[in-house]
Design a protein around this ligand. Structure first.
Ligand code: NAD
Length: 495
């Protein structure tokens, strides 16, 4: 493994590097349990200081009035910075989260792409002249909201951070980023890059710390005008309630329990490869993981047997080994929570087809073998609740109507995979599933130009795409008189 230096543990508070004054946070390398670093997180007073600095920086006309092409130049420089530090960031992220280096390298590339796309898109966002109904000009213009709180989870830090920070800065806001406590290091590395790119001081802060303390502060503080949150549904729901008190807009990217639907006419090789990638990459710690697999009954036995044997052949191990497909989970506590859910499912009658345990040879790390469960109905707890680990439930279905009903019978609506050679059928099913994203004969593919978000308990609002920048802007209507005459109502001409 290449040795790289980690960030020095100071926080980026309104453009200044300083020690946090909150509780200690330990970043742990989950492959062996060693501690990467212990740092002091942000306290409430650190957060308040960051907010005051952000208010001053955001109010500065040099930033508020900066032309789109000039702001875009800063975003391009951030993209350049991420690109030139790609190897370093990917290493830090692998140490922070245990994800394979292959995956973290892809996430870094995605973050670069997000900043570049956002920079380009920013220059295409026009204000509009609207149709008047009198002798005036009417305009619809967009302005920054002001201060944006971005709260992210631990599973894909650099990519989810970029997905919020790039459009929020593009829109002319100041951004206060709170990463998850299990993965504080990547966001601090992003701060170093943002600073070097010449973003005016104070506009960006990185505040690792407890959700209840720093997260809450961002949500409740009157100066924060929007929260963009990615994380669990219960956290998101609580945060939305608090936001309602302030009538503050929130965007919520939450959990999932996504169906993958395999029709009898599907290309079996393509489907098995897609299903495996869709559920077991990132060790299943992915909001969009295809965790409910519906297989048409006529091919169920044969398909599931092949899937189980392909699953057993996946290589679990060292995240820095390029051959590794399944790396450890983010933390031993999380691995234990996943294992407990599998045990509960077995107690409820699930048949264990493979996995269901931590691999003995890797006992020092937070590993859990890719697991397939069968024999439970779609209403069972493990088929309803997000596990956020490498656990797949397989279920048979009879026909199109049956699988649409079963797929939709779930609180979440984030993603869906459909595997068939019959395109009209794929289209019908895609339109009938209540979900934010559908993949047909593929899975977990992403384009920054394509909006992303969830339905039902999977979230509120969309990120990405050109409209993703608008989500961080306030819309204002302007009417301009064209006559030069007083309005008739006052009857000034009569006097
Ligand atoms: P989490 O909800 O526990 O935490 C997410 C973030 O919220 C963290 O930074 C956490 O510190 C913060 N937080 C916790 N309590 C808070 C509070 N009271 N107020 C404000 N902030 C608070 O989620 P997690 O365990 O870090 O991440 C896993 C979850 O994220 C899964 O449910 C997964 O599906 C979801 N996720 C969704 C997407 C998506 O785009 N839909 C992407 C990735 C992950």
């Amino acid at each position: 493994m290449t040795r790289i230096s980690l960030p020095d543990g100071r926080l980026f508070i309104g453009g200044e590097w300083q020690q946090g004054s909150g509780a200690e946070i330990a970043s742990v390398y989950p492959a062996d349990g060693s501690v990467n670093m212990v740092l002091r997180g942000a306290s409430r007073s650190d957060g308040e200081l960051a907010i005051r600095r952000a208010q001053a920086a955001q109010a500065d006309p040099a930033w508020r009035g900066m032309k789109a092409h000039e702001r875009a130049r800063i975003l391009h420089r951030i993209a350049d910075g991420i690109e030139s530090a790609a190897e370093r960031i990917a290493h830090i992220q692998t140490r922070d989260t245990g994800k394979t280096l292959r995956e973290t390298s892809a996430l870094v590339a995605s973050a670069t792409g997000t900043f570049r796309y956002t920079a380009a898109a920013l220059e295409t966002l026009d204000d509009a002249l609207t149709v008047p109904r009198g002798d005036y000009l009417t305009m619809s213009v967009y302005e920054p909201i002001g201060l944006v709180g971005a709260i992210t989870p631990w599973n894909s830090p650099i990519a989810s951070d970029a997905q919020k920070v790039a459009p929020a800065l593009a829109a002319g806001n100041a951004v206060l980023l709170k990463p998850a406590s299990w993965s504080p290091l990547v966001a601090l590395e992003l701060a170093r890059i943002v600073e070097a790119a010449g973003l005016p001081k104070g506009l960006f802060s990185v505040l690792p710390g407890a959700g209840r303390e720093i997260g809450n502060l961002l949500v409740e503080h009157p100066a924060i005008g929007k929260i963009s949150f990615t994380g669990g549904t219960e956290t998101g729901r609580m945060l939305a309630r608090q936001a309602a008190e302030k009538l503050m807009p929130v965007s919520l990217e939450l959990g999932g329990k996504s169906p993958s639907i395999v029709f009898a006419d599907a290309d079996i090789e393509q489907t098995i490869a897609g299903v495996l990638y869709g559920v077991f990459s990132s060790s299943g710690q992915s909001c969009i993981a295809g965790t409910r697999l519906f297989v048409q009954r006529s091919i169920y036995d044969e398909f599931v047997a092949r899937l189980v044997s392909a699953t057993k052949a996946l290589k679990t191990g060292d995240p820095f080994d390029p051959e590794t497909q399944v790396a450890p989970l983010v933390h031993a506590d999380h691995r234990d929570a996943v294992a407990a859910m599998v045990e509960q499912a077995r107690a409820e009658g699930a048949e264990l087809l493979c996995g269901g345990a931590a691999p003995e040879a890797l006992a020092q790390g937070a590993y859990y073998l890719p697991t397939i469960l069968a024999g439970l109905p779609n209403t069972a707890t493990i088929c309803r609740e997000e596990v956020f680990g490498p656990v797949l439930c397989v279920l048979p279905f009879e026909d199109e109507a049956d699988v649409i009903a079963q797929s939709n019978d779930n609180a979440y609506g984030l993603a869906c995979g459909i595997w068939t050679r019959d395109f009209p059928r794929a289209w019908r099913v895609a339109r009938a599933i209540t979900t934010g994203t559908v993949w047909i004969n593929t899975y977990k593919q992403f384009s920054i130009a394509t909006p992303f978000g969830g339905e039902k308990d999977a979230g509120l609002g969309r990120e990405k795409g050109r409209e993703g920048i608008r989500a961080y802007m306030a819309q204002k209507s302007v009417y301009v008189d064209l006559t030069g005459r007083p309005l008739p109502w006052a009857r000034l001409a009569d006097n």
